[in-house]
Ligand binder design. Structure first.
Ligand code: ZN
Length: 76
């Protein structure tokens, strides 16, 4: 059974219009704009999280190295 088509004002309808090369109505254009804004926000948050994770791992690595150096008597 075919799935019901999403109505205008949804991202699905927007992409359908594009695929069929139909004119884009305001409701669908707005839905796409909102979708893109949300996506950009999520993407920025994801990147920031990735950077923080990287910084944390790097700090842990430095602590580990410092600890080993201390044990080996390399730091005074
Ligand atoms: Zn539409």
């Amino acid at each position: 059974m075919a799935r019901a088509l999403q109505p205008c004002g949804t991202r699905a309808a927007y992409t359908r219009h594009c695929a069929r090369r139909e004119a884009i109505d305001d409701a669908c254009r707005r839905a796409n704009t909102l979708h893109q804004a949300a996506w950009r926000k999520r993407d920025a948050r994801r990147k920031r999280l990735g950077e923080l994770r990287q910084q944390l791992l790097f700090r842990q690595l430095l602590d580990l190295i410092a600890g080993e150096c201390q044990k080996a008597g390399m730091l005074r």
